[in-house]
Design a protein around this ligand. Structure first.
Ligand SMILES: Cc1cc2nc3c(=O)[nH]c(=O)nc-3n(C[C@H](O)[C@H](O)[C@H](O)COP(=O)(O)OP(=O)(O)OC[C@H]3O[C@@H](n4cnc5c(N)ncnc54)[C@H](O)[C@@H]3O)c2cc1C
Length: 301
């Protein structure tokens, strides 16, 4: 049987696609076709897909909500394993929320609010999944996933299913043991604290207001494109290098927040990639600082 038929057998015909355009699955709204895509529903299916990739020597890459990804215009010549809606159950026990890796942080935030649990407000405006947030140790407004994570269940590169305690995850600034790939996160538990509905909802609204005020949310992007160099802000360095509004093709450094590279509407992935390189090189030349993309870059450029 061919590879496509086998993945359909594992994940179900309705959850498998071929030549699926990645611009539909990334917040930059760019990216060519993924040769294969499957949206599994549980850990058994993920494990089977990963094993199959080994058997057929097909590379694979895991995608959550695609909010920190730049995929090449040439696409991805392998299997994209989409851990999203099909693995997004959320349950609550006391002050612990357990959710599938595909649950959106905004949905977990809403559930926390309804359960009157505080501590997740910082994450509720980040447009990613729980899995992606664990990989990136996503954070905002002085808090990060490290502050709330208790444990993560993941498939290891050896194909074992393992429960990791948060302390084992090497969580640091946009850093975890998962960052270099090979692991598939299945679910995670976060610990919050009892709080008041009105205070939680006010805090969420206030943080959403700050995002709208400071971030160019009207354009497709992947949030802050660069990591913060130690003791500095990438956006400030880029702005001081005179790059606001500058870019290549349909991509540019946002006028509103220089840390964001945005798609003005007709950018290609290559335009965004070249704008990233422009920022890296100009900041190195003018400020003597090396900035590094936070965004994960996939495929050939
Ligand atoms: C407007 C905007 C604002 C943003 N604001 C913030 C912010 O305030 N703070 C912040 O930290 N980030 C922010 N981001 C970036 C992004 O939302 C986060 O990095 C988020 O955690 C990525 O989650 P995702 O599900 O979209 O992951 P993806 O972009 O799909 O993937 C990111 C990485 O995680 C891996 N991955 C995803 N899911 C899994 C899984 N289940 N198992 C194994 N690996 C997986 C991927 O392979 C990839 O390496 C913002 C982005 C946008 C567009």
């Amino acid at each position: 049987m061919d590879f496509l038929s086998r993945i359909k057998e594992i994940a179900g015909i309705e959850n498998v696609f071929s030549n699926e355009r990645m611009d539909k699955h990334t917040t930059f709204r760019v990216g060519g076709p993924a040769r294969y895509m499957a949206a599994p529903s549980d850990e058994t299916q993920i494990n089977a897909l990963i094993r199959l990739c080994g058997e057929y020597e097909v590379p694979y890459y895991i995608v959550g909500n695609g909010s920190n990804l730049l995929v090449s215009d040439k696409g991805y010549d392998g299997l994209i394993i989409l851990i999203g809606r099909n693995m997004s159950d959320i349950s609550v026990c006391g002050d612990v929320i357990s959710a599938g890796a595909g649950a959106l942080l905004s949905e977990i935030g809403k559930r926390a609010l309804n359960e009157r649990l505080t501590g997740f407000e910082f994450a509720s405006g980040i447009p990613g999944t729980l899995g992606g947030a664990c990989v990136m140790n996503a954070g905002a407004y002085g808090k990060e996933m490290k502050d709330v994570l208790i444990s993560v269940r993941a498939i290891t590169p050896d194909g074992d299913v393992r429960d990791f305690q948060a302390e084992e995850l090497g969580l640091g600034y946009r850093q975890s043991i998962f960052i270099d790939g090979g692991y598939a996160i299945i679910k995670a538990d976060v610990r919050l604290m009892p709080g008041s509905y009105s205070e939680i909802s006010e805090k969420m609204a206030e943080l959403a207001r700050r995002r709208r005020e400071k971030q160019p949310l009207e354009y497709p992007s992947a949030g802050s494109t660069f990591k913060r160099p130690e003791g500095m802000f990438a956006g400030q360095l880029i702005e001081q290098s005179g790059l606001k509004g500058m870019g290549v093709g349909g991509a540019c450094v946002s006028e509103k927040h220089a840390g964001f590279i945005v798609n003005k509407g007709n950018a290609t992935a290559k335009d965004i990639y070249d704008t990233i390189q422009l920022a890296v090189q100009t900041v190195a030349k003018k400020q003597g600082v090396k900035i590094e993309p936070e965004v994960r870059i996939i495929g050939e450029f």
